[in-house]
Design a protein around this ligand. Sequence first.
Ligand code: ADP
Length: 258
Amino acid sequence: DCEERSFLAPMNKNSKIHKVIGVVSGKGGVGKSSITSLLAVLKQREGYRCAVLDGDITGPSIAKTFGVEGTQIYSNGEEIIPAKSLEGIEIMSTNLLLENAEEPVVWRGPILAGMIKQFWSDVRWGEVDYMFVDMPPGTGDVPLTIFQSLPLDGIVIVTSPQELVSMIVSKAVNMAKKMNVPILGIVENMSYVQCPDCGKKIFVFGKSHLQDVADKYDLKILGQLPLDSELTQLSDMGMIENYSSDWLDEFEEKVKNF
Ligand code: ADP
Protein backbone atom coordinates (compact mmCIF):
# COMPACT_ATOMS: atom_id res chain seq x y z
CA ASP A 1 0.00 0.00 0.00
CA CYS A 2 2.82 2.41 0.90
CA GLU A 3 4.50 1.80 -2.40
CA GLU A 4 1.31 2.52 -4.31
CA ARG A 5 0.76 5.75 -2.41
CA SER A 6 4.31 6.94 -3.09
CA PHE A 7 3.18 7.85 -6.61
CA LEU A 8 0.79 10.43 -5.20
CA ALA A 9 1.17 13.92 -6.61
CA PRO A 10 1.36 16.64 -3.94
CA MET A 11 -1.63 18.92 -3.51
CA ASN A 12 -1.24 22.55 -4.54
CA LYS A 13 -0.44 24.66 -1.47
CA ASN A 14 -3.36 26.98 -2.15
CA SER A 15 -5.88 24.21 -2.68
CA LYS A 16 -8.04 22.31 -0.26
CA ILE A 17 -9.92 19.54 -1.98
CA HIS A 18 -12.21 17.57 0.30
CA LYS A 19 -13.40 14.75 -1.93
CA VAL A 20 -12.00 13.38 -5.19
CA ILE A 21 -14.18 11.09 -7.29
CA GLY A 22 -12.93 9.47 -10.47
CA VAL A 23 -15.24 8.46 -13.30
CA VAL A 24 -14.04 5.51 -15.37
CA SER A 25 -15.19 3.49 -18.35
CA GLY A 26 -13.87 0.58 -20.36
CA LYS A 27 -14.09 2.30 -23.71
CA GLY A 28 -14.54 5.79 -25.09
CA GLY A 29 -17.90 7.09 -26.19
CA VAL A 30 -20.08 5.56 -23.50
CA GLY A 31 -20.78 8.89 -21.80
CA LYS A 32 -18.07 9.00 -19.16
CA SER A 33 -17.44 12.72 -19.68
CA SER A 34 -21.15 13.47 -19.72
CA ILE A 35 -21.71 11.66 -16.42
CA THR A 36 -18.66 13.39 -14.90
CA SER A 37 -20.12 16.75 -15.91
CA LEU A 38 -23.60 15.89 -14.66
CA LEU A 39 -22.24 14.79 -11.29
CA ALA A 40 -20.54 18.17 -10.89
CA VAL A 41 -23.71 19.95 -11.99
CA LEU A 42 -25.84 18.03 -9.48
CA LYS A 43 -23.48 18.59 -6.55
CA GLN A 44 -23.11 22.26 -7.46
CA ARG A 45 -26.92 22.59 -7.43
CA GLU A 46 -26.90 21.08 -3.95
CA GLY A 47 -24.71 24.01 -2.91
CA TYR A 48 -21.26 22.42 -2.92
CA ARG A 49 -18.14 23.93 -4.46
CA CYS A 50 -17.28 21.69 -7.39
CA ALA A 51 -14.46 21.20 -9.83
CA VAL A 52 -13.85 18.99 -12.84
CA LEU A 53 -10.37 17.80 -13.71
CA ASP A 54 -10.44 16.58 -17.29
CA GLY A 55 -8.08 13.63 -17.18
CA ASP A 56 -9.16 12.45 -20.61
CA ILE A 57 -6.15 14.25 -22.02
CA THR A 58 -6.30 12.91 -25.56
CA GLY A 59 -10.07 13.19 -25.90
CA PRO A 60 -10.94 16.22 -23.79
CA SER A 61 -14.56 17.33 -23.94
CA ILE A 62 -15.26 18.93 -20.56
CA ALA A 63 -14.37 22.50 -21.56
CA LYS A 64 -16.77 22.38 -24.49
CA THR A 65 -19.61 20.86 -22.47
CA PHE A 66 -19.41 23.71 -19.96
CA GLY A 67 -18.96 26.38 -22.61
CA VAL A 68 -15.51 27.49 -21.44
CA GLU A 69 -13.60 26.35 -24.52
CA GLY A 70 -11.48 29.23 -25.77
CA THR A 71 -11.32 30.81 -22.31
CA GLN A 72 -8.04 32.50 -21.51
CA ILE A 73 -6.22 30.60 -18.78
CA TYR A 74 -3.95 32.56 -16.45
CA SER A 75 -0.69 31.43 -14.97
CA ASN A 76 1.93 33.24 -12.91
CA GLY A 77 4.53 30.73 -14.01
CA GLU A 78 4.02 28.68 -10.87
CA GLU A 79 0.32 28.12 -10.71
CA ILE A 80 -2.47 27.87 -13.24
CA ILE A 81 -5.86 29.41 -12.52
CA PRO A 82 -8.66 27.08 -13.68
CA ALA A 83 -11.54 28.20 -15.88
CA LYS A 84 -14.92 28.80 -14.27
CA SER A 85 -18.27 27.78 -15.69
CA LEU A 86 -21.28 30.09 -15.62
CA GLU A 87 -22.50 28.49 -12.39
CA GLY A 88 -19.05 28.54 -10.84
CA ILE A 89 -17.70 25.04 -11.44
CA GLU A 90 -13.91 25.10 -11.77
CA ILE A 91 -12.53 23.35 -14.83
CA MET A 92 -9.11 22.30 -16.03
CA SER A 93 -8.67 20.55 -19.37
CA THR A 94 -6.06 20.19 -22.09
CA ASN A 95 -8.44 22.08 -24.38
CA LEU A 96 -7.77 25.18 -22.35
CA LEU A 97 -4.05 24.94 -22.93
CA LEU A 98 -3.94 24.13 -26.62
CA GLU A 99 -3.95 26.97 -29.10
CA ASN A 100 -6.00 24.95 -31.51
CA ALA A 101 -8.64 22.72 -29.92
CA GLU A 102 -8.91 20.73 -33.14
CA GLU A 103 -5.30 19.65 -33.03
CA PRO A 104 -5.01 16.01 -31.96
CA VAL A 105 -3.08 15.29 -28.79
CA VAL A 106 -0.44 12.69 -29.62
CA TRP A 107 1.59 12.64 -26.43
CA ARG A 108 2.71 9.33 -25.03
CA GLY A 109 1.78 7.71 -21.73
CA PRO A 110 4.37 9.27 -19.39
CA ILE A 111 3.61 12.77 -20.66
CA LEU A 112 -0.11 12.20 -20.25
CA ALA A 113 0.34 11.00 -16.69
CA GLY A 114 2.64 13.96 -15.97
CA MET A 115 0.04 16.32 -17.36
CA ILE A 116 -2.63 15.02 -15.01
CA LYS A 117 -0.27 15.29 -12.05
CA GLN A 118 0.25 18.91 -13.04
CA PHE A 119 -3.47 19.48 -13.26
CA TRP A 120 -3.63 18.29 -9.68
CA SER A 121 -0.51 19.94 -8.26
CA ASP A 122 -0.01 23.13 -10.27
CA VAL A 123 -3.58 24.33 -10.56
CA ARG A 124 -4.80 26.72 -7.89
CA TRP A 125 -8.13 25.04 -7.18
CA GLY A 126 -8.83 26.82 -3.92
CA GLU A 127 -11.33 25.16 -1.62
CA VAL A 128 -13.35 22.47 -3.35
CA ASP A 129 -15.95 20.16 -1.80
CA TYR A 130 -16.15 17.74 -4.72
CA MET A 131 -13.65 17.27 -7.48
CA PHE A 132 -14.73 14.95 -10.28
CA VAL A 133 -12.01 13.49 -12.46
CA ASP A 134 -12.88 12.44 -15.98
CA MET A 135 -10.42 9.54 -16.24
CA PRO A 136 -8.89 8.42 -19.51
CA PRO A 137 -10.92 5.50 -20.89
CA GLY A 138 -9.72 1.96 -20.45
CA THR A 139 -7.79 -0.03 -17.90
CA GLY A 140 -4.31 0.15 -19.40
CA ASP A 141 -1.08 1.68 -18.14
CA VAL A 142 -2.04 5.31 -18.38
CA PRO A 143 -5.29 5.07 -16.41
CA LEU A 144 -3.46 2.92 -13.87
CA THR A 145 -0.74 5.53 -13.37
CA ILE A 146 -3.38 8.18 -12.93
CA PHE A 147 -5.20 6.04 -10.42
CA GLN A 148 -1.96 5.91 -8.48
CA SER A 149 -1.16 9.59 -8.70
CA LEU A 150 -4.46 11.08 -7.48
CA PRO A 151 -5.87 10.56 -3.98
CA LEU A 152 -9.20 9.21 -5.19
CA ASP A 153 -11.86 8.74 -2.53
CA GLY A 154 -13.98 6.64 -4.84
CA ILE A 155 -14.80 5.82 -8.41
CA VAL A 156 -17.94 5.61 -10.50
CA ILE A 157 -18.03 3.11 -13.35
CA VAL A 158 -19.90 4.20 -16.47
CA THR A 159 -20.90 1.55 -18.98
CA SER A 160 -22.99 1.17 -22.08
CA PRO A 161 -25.48 -1.70 -22.47
CA GLN A 162 -23.01 -3.37 -24.83
CA GLU A 163 -20.14 -3.17 -22.37
CA LEU A 164 -22.17 -4.99 -19.75
CA VAL A 165 -21.97 -8.16 -21.78
CA SER A 166 -18.17 -8.03 -22.09
CA MET A 167 -15.23 -8.40 -19.71
CA ILE A 168 -14.74 -4.66 -19.47
CA VAL A 169 -16.56 -4.12 -16.20
CA SER A 170 -14.56 -6.84 -14.48
CA LYS A 171 -11.34 -5.14 -15.59
CA ALA A 172 -12.46 -1.82 -14.14
CA VAL A 173 -13.51 -3.52 -10.90
CA ASN A 174 -10.15 -5.28 -10.66
CA MET A 175 -8.24 -2.08 -11.25
CA ALA A 176 -10.14 -0.31 -8.44
CA LYS A 177 -9.64 -3.25 -6.07
CA LYS A 178 -5.93 -3.39 -6.83
CA MET A 179 -5.62 0.28 -6.00
CA ASN A 180 -7.76 0.00 -2.89
CA VAL A 181 -10.21 2.64 -4.09
CA PRO A 182 -13.87 2.09 -3.16
CA ILE A 183 -16.31 1.75 -6.04
CA LEU A 184 -19.24 4.06 -5.38
CA GLY A 185 -21.41 2.42 -7.98
CA ILE A 186 -22.15 1.67 -11.59
CA VAL A 187 -24.13 3.60 -14.18
CA GLU A 188 -25.61 2.18 -17.34
CA ASN A 189 -25.76 5.01 -19.86
CA MET A 190 -27.68 5.14 -23.15
CA SER A 191 -29.74 2.26 -21.87
CA TYR A 192 -33.05 3.12 -23.51
CA VAL A 193 -34.98 5.82 -25.32
CA GLN A 194 -38.27 7.09 -24.03
CA CYS A 195 -41.13 7.77 -26.44
CA PRO A 196 -41.95 11.50 -26.12
CA ASP A 197 -45.63 10.77 -26.79
CA CYS A 198 -46.55 7.74 -24.70
CA GLY A 199 -43.54 7.59 -22.32
CA LYS A 200 -42.80 3.96 -23.15
CA LYS A 201 -39.18 2.96 -22.62
CA ILE A 202 -37.59 1.26 -25.61
CA PHE A 203 -34.53 -0.81 -24.74
CA VAL A 204 -32.74 -0.54 -28.06
CA PHE A 205 -30.01 -2.97 -27.05
CA GLY A 206 -32.39 -5.57 -25.69
CA LYS A 207 -32.77 -6.63 -22.07
CA SER A 208 -30.32 -4.86 -19.79
CA HIS A 209 -27.61 -6.86 -18.00
CA LEU A 210 -27.07 -4.16 -15.39
CA GLN A 211 -28.60 -6.04 -12.46
CA ASP A 212 -26.67 -9.24 -13.24
CA VAL A 213 -23.36 -7.41 -13.43
CA ALA A 214 -24.10 -5.39 -10.28
CA ASP A 215 -24.92 -8.61 -8.40
CA LYS A 216 -21.86 -10.40 -9.70
CA TYR A 217 -19.41 -7.72 -8.53
CA ASP A 218 -21.48 -6.47 -5.60
CA LEU A 219 -21.85 -2.97 -7.06
CA LYS A 220 -24.44 -0.36 -6.20
CA ILE A 221 -26.58 0.67 -9.17
CA LEU A 222 -26.53 4.46 -9.43
CA GLY A 223 -28.66 4.73 -12.51
CA GLN A 224 -29.92 3.36 -15.74
CA LEU A 225 -29.92 6.43 -17.92
CA PRO A 226 -31.66 7.02 -21.25
CA LEU A 227 -30.32 8.29 -24.51
CA ASP A 228 -31.67 11.83 -24.46
CA SER A 229 -31.12 14.11 -27.44
CA GLU A 230 -31.64 17.21 -25.32
CA LEU A 231 -28.58 16.28 -23.28
CA THR A 232 -26.49 15.89 -26.45
CA GLN A 233 -27.70 19.22 -27.78
CA LEU A 234 -27.08 21.16 -24.57
CA SER A 235 -23.62 19.56 -24.24
CA ASP A 236 -22.78 20.54 -27.81
CA MET A 237 -23.85 24.11 -27.05
CA GLY A 238 -21.76 24.25 -23.87
CA MET A 239 -24.89 24.52 -21.74
CA ILE A 240 -24.97 21.29 -19.79
CA GLU A 241 -25.67 23.29 -16.62
CA ASN A 242 -29.13 24.09 -18.01
CA TYR A 243 -30.09 20.43 -18.32
CA SER A 244 -32.79 18.94 -16.15
CA SER A 245 -35.08 15.91 -16.43
CA ASP A 246 -36.95 13.35 -14.34
CA TRP A 247 -34.19 10.80 -14.77
CA LEU A 248 -31.61 13.30 -13.62
CA ASP A 249 -33.67 13.89 -10.45
CA GLU A 250 -33.63 10.14 -9.79
CA PHE A 251 -29.90 10.05 -10.41
CA GLU A 252 -29.41 12.93 -7.97
CA GLU A 253 -31.13 10.91 -5.23
CA LYS A 254 -28.70 8.04 -5.82
CA VAL A 255 -25.60 10.22 -5.58
CA LYS A 256 -26.77 12.32 -2.59
CA ASN A 257 -24.58 10.42 -0.14
CA PHE A 258 -21.32 10.80 -2.10
P1 ADP B 1 -16.98 9.41 -23.27
O1 ADP B 1 -16.52 10.42 -22.27
O2 ADP B 1 -17.28 8.08 -22.65
O3 ADP B 1 -16.10 9.30 -24.47
P2 ADP B 1 -19.06 11.35 -23.85
O4 ADP B 1 -19.61 11.71 -22.52
O5 ADP B 1 -18.13 12.31 -24.51
O6 ADP B 1 -18.41 9.91 -23.82
O7 ADP B 1 -20.31 11.06 -24.80
C1 ADP B 1 -20.18 10.81 -26.18
C2 ADP B 1 -21.30 11.55 -26.92
O8 ADP B 1 -22.56 11.02 -26.53
C3 ADP B 1 -21.35 13.04 -26.61
O9 ADP B 1 -21.74 13.72 -27.76
C4 ADP B 1 -22.44 13.15 -25.54
O10 ADP B 1 -23.08 14.41 -25.56
C5 ADP B 1 -23.38 12.03 -25.95
N1 ADP B 1 -24.08 11.40 -24.80
C6 ADP B 1 -23.54 10.80 -23.72
N2 ADP B 1 -24.50 10.32 -22.91
C7 ADP B 1 -25.69 10.62 -23.48
C8 ADP B 1 -27.06 10.39 -23.14
N3 ADP B 1 -27.42 9.72 -22.03
N4 ADP B 1 -28.01 10.87 -23.98
C9 ADP B 1 -27.65 11.52 -25.10
N5 ADP B 1 -26.40 11.76 -25.49
C10 ADP B 1 -25.42 11.33 -24.70
